[in-house]
Write a protein that binds this ligand. Structure first.
Ligand SMILES: [Zn+2]
Length: 254
């Protein structure tokens, strides 16, 4: 049997608290089991993970504890690494998006990605209106803002979920444009934000529709011996492309 090389990763836990059973059962135990299986077969495996130190929830937790994001994330990152080790889940690397020794590497790589895409002309620059918290003196992307969902449910009635985040509504599952939220509230200060103009870089996903469609179509009958994708999954993803892929913001104000 030929030896194969595998890279296995698990979703990054936020470094804003201790790990709980849900983390372990949901993401890390299945990955650890798979890594052990591959290694037992003689395959070469790298198992990489680390904490997500850049989440909004982390910023909010740091403010609550009266400390800095750096101190809070370093403390919980070390705690998580110790807990994983105690459970016998052994990563080759357990880093963190903003931990010393890793953040320099991440900065360099993300800038490299950005420059390559810029050189290829994949970005477009646009002026848009976004929500601004005058008290915190910052714009409110993603989960920095909450409000009532403006989407309609499948039966045509309004979703109206009052706790929708600025990136997604957890009730109807739709993507959210924060500026369209009804009664928006800043998750930092609890105040009502105001719309302000700002300039951002957007990735023109429409340029990738053809190659992605071709790649997806190839999954009906894969030539590499892997099983075909389920029709429902393929129909959903191909349907998204048929609708046209939207431009996606690649920068944000913080
Ligand atoms: Zn909704």
């Amino acid at each position: 049997m030929t030896k194969q090389r595998y890279l296995v990763t698990s979703g990054l836990p936020y470094s804003n608290g201790r790990l709980h059973v849900g983390h372990i059962a949901g993401a890390y135990l299945p990955a650890d089991t798979y890594v052990r299986y591959r290694r037992a077969r003689g395959d070469e495996v790298r198992f990489i993970c680390g904490s997500d130190d850049n989440g909004v929830s982390t910023l909010i937790a740091a403010r609550k504890e009266g400390t800095t994001v750096e101190e809070l994330t370093a403390r919980y990152n070390a705690r998580q690494a110790a807990d994983f080790q105690g459970l016998g889940i052994e990563f080759d690397i357990y880093g963190g998006t903003h931990q010393p020794g890793f953040v320099e590497h991440h900065n360099r790589l993300s800038q490299q990605f950005f420059r390559i895409m810029y050189d290829k002309g994949y970005f477009t620059k646009k002026k848009t209106c976004q929500l601004y918290d005058a008290e915190a003196e910052q714009f409110l992307p993603d989960r920095y803002v909450k409000g009532t969902c403006y989407h309609k449910k499948a039966d045509g009635t309004p979703c109206a979920y009052p706790e929708a985040y600025g990136d997604q509504c957890e009730s109807c599952g739709s993507m959210v444009d924060p500026i369209q939220l009804i009664n928006p509230v800043s998750t930092i200060t609890g105040t009502t934000p105001e719309p302000r103009e700002t300039t951002h870089w957007y990735l023109r996903l429409d340029q990738f529709e053809d190659p992605i469609r071709e790649w997806l179509e190839s999954k009906r009958n894969p030539q590499d011996g892997s099983p075909p994708w389920r029709e429902t999954v393929l129909n959903f993803t191909l349907g998204q492309i048929k609708q046209g892929l939207p431009e996606r913001a690649m920068t944000r104000d913080l």
